[in-house]
Design a protein around this ligand. Sequence first.
Ligand code: C5P
Length: 368
Amino acid sequence: MSGPAGPAPNPGGVRVLRFAPAKLNLTLAVVGRREDGFHDLHSVMVPLALSDAVAVTVAHAGTHGPAVVRGPVAVGGPPAPDTLRVSGLPLAATPDNLVLRAIAATRDAVRATWPGAPADPPPLAARLTKRIPVAAGLGGGSSDAAATVAAALEAWAAALPEEGLRDLAASLGSDVPFFLAGGAALVTGRGEFVERLPDLQGEAPAVLIVTPNLPVSTAAVFAAYARGARPTSAAVLVASERLVSEMRAGLPARALFARAEELAAGNDLLPAALEVAPSLATFRAALGLLLGRPVGQSGSGPTAWVLYPTLAAAHKAARFVHLGVVEGTLPPIGGGEPFVAVSTILTPGLHAMPADAHNGGRTRSKGR
Ligand code: C5P
């Protein structure tokens, strides 16, 4: 808690809520390996309506009880640690959860300029509603981290200079700077350079998301890429640069469909993902046959995405996917049925919402 001369953080009990959207990589070119072991990228990333939600409350004594939905944890040590409750998709609330790491890192970052020093910014009680599948290439953990940084700063009525915010974001994960920028962007470096692009013009494109129940480690995929599982041509970089110049000039959303094939092929990490998870190859081929459309991959996978001109068309496709799961035309891979969701690319008129709160929500397989 701050001292008498300190700022006035939101009083205990006042909740700061932030939505944490998923992302799609419309393109993902790997342009080189750096000395620090990370890879330099050239990627057009867009946020999706599908989102988690993070809520934080300044946890004055007695405002955060011991009950937790899953895996009660506390980090930061005595006297009053941060706490986290998770609901929604299964995810342990362990100390390495990015929400808790983001609170701790934000506290460290603001400590030096905190007017309440020597007291620290007070503990926070956080709640995470998890809707974005984990280790899926959709950036859910990074988005949770970005949302938590913003929520913690607001809860503490604290601010960071732009550079400090950028360093904090990059320290939490390569995709975090993108989520803090909030909108379509060209992402370069290992993810730390984010150039906002004009959002797509016109009605937001619908996206079918199909995530096999097969978590894929980003580090393992980049390692496979480094070992040589990669395309031999620079076609993806060419496609990525073209998309950037078109978006800079104001690309109508519907024009994405004309480029669907090029975008679906526009991921240099695809061969590496297939090396890490070989069963993905048959799954993706079956999905393409079932839907008759180009199937992209987001990030390091395993999420497959397919663009549709309308939500209705995407929902119809989702029903085909459920049927394919039930009838076995989509091969079962991983630990169970895939996560299937219909969402939209977020454009200025649309706001991120938890998946079950709008018509871009998750759909469930029937008959299971
Ligand atoms: O930063 P993040 O935690 O998402 O990265 C996970 C791992 O993926 C890194 O430790 C690194 O091995 C690899 N990676 C990479 N190049 C990037 C992003 C991630 O090699 N641009």
